[in-house]
Design a protein around this ligand. Structure first.
Ligand SMILES: [Zn+2]
Length: 316
């Protein structure tokens, strides 16, 4: 008899929504759909419900075998109510006015747990990935925005409104920085995330002479590639971004006293360049008189969010 609960899980991202059936560290079935974020969250939940039901049917999984529905969402989630308090700018704008647990209960007939995406990613890394076996760990996800999460003494940090631990992207790293989407000035996210990158690049005095000026879309993969070929503007942007991530990481270490820090997100496709520099900076500048924080790359890849929300059903 399998004691691990079987969970319908979904991870909502900026462009794609992942849907899966998870049992422990096994993904029994999986699908992916477009986020169509401008249609709003209510429409997305309807589609998740339809795809989830089809997924079970096509994989010989009975609906009755499901214990619950876990949802990972890129925003601040109030832990007690599952209410979404913030959404990514211009995406899923209706979410703050919805009672998501009630809606999904009606759509799916399953108890729902909803969780911030970085919290979900860390929960998965802690159960099955890079932070396994650690008592205290932090995570930083580098992508469209910068997410963070913390587990202290084996307990996921949430706070009164779900903000504790997940605002590492909005730690101040520059006194003279730009105003961030969150309202603060000089956040790690407004200095070095994918949404902030194009404006940062265009503001460089030599941008017009850079190869980057010929790109239609600017992301860190393109910047890192151009930097590796010796483009001066790209090299400076890369240097600035890694410095920002390193400073944010030291802030997370100082705030939460982890044994282990896990770095994830799409930008970590360039982890061979990023990770050694983060390690060097933290070894030099983090105040950890007891020893060194282990700084690791996320191990679980794209489906971590689904494993993370499924693991919430195993929490006491
Ligand atoms: Zn901010």
């Amino acid at each position: 008899m399998d004691r691990e609960p079987t969970i319908l899980a979904s991870d909502i991202g900026g462009t794609r929504i992942k849907i899966g059936v998870v049992r422990g560290k096994r993904l029994l079935a999986r699908a992916e759909i477009d986020a169509r974020r401008h249609e709003g969250l209510a429409a997305a939940l309807e589609r998740i419900s339809q795809v989830g039901k089809k997924l079970c049917l096509n994989n010989d999984l009975t609906w009755r075998s499901l214990t619950g529905f876990g949802l990972s969402f890129p925003g601040i989630i109030e832990p007690k109510t599952g209410k979404i308090l913030s959404t990514p700018a211009g995406k899923f704008d209706d979410a703050r006015h919805l009672n998501v647990p009630k809606m999904t209960e009606a759509l799916l007939g399953l108890p729902t747990r909803i969780c911030n995406d970085a919290n979900a990613a860390l929960a998965a890394e802690w159960c099955f990935g890079a932070a396994r076996g650690q008592r205290s760990a932090v995570m930083m996800t580098l992508g469209t925005g910068i997410g963070s999460a913390a587990i202290i003494d084996g307990v996921p940090l949430r706070g009164q409104h779900g903000q504790a631990g997940c605002l590492g992207g909005h730690f101040t790293v520059s006194l003279s920085g730009q105003e961030c989407l969150c309202g603060n000035i000089g956040c790690a996210e407004s200095e070095a995330s994918t949404w902030a990158l194009p404006a940062k690049a265009r503001a460089h005095p030599a941008f017009a002479s850079s190869k980057l000026a010929r790109e239609n879309v600017l992301d860190f993969a393109i910047v890192f590639r151009a930097a590796a070929r010796g483009d001066r503007v790209a090299t400076e942007l890369r240097h600035h971004a890694i410095r920002v991530w390193a400073v944010a990481l030291v802030n997370l270490i100082h705030a939460y006293d982890p044994e282990c820090a896990v770095i994830g997100g799409g930008v970590m496709k360039s982890c061979s360049v990023i990770l050694p520099q983060l390690r060097r900076y933290a070894a030099k500048h983090a105040w950890t008189p007891w020893g060194k924080v282990k700084i690791k790359s996320a191990a679980l890849g794209n489906d971590a969010g689904m494993f993370g929300v499924a693991s919430l059903f195993s929490e006491p």
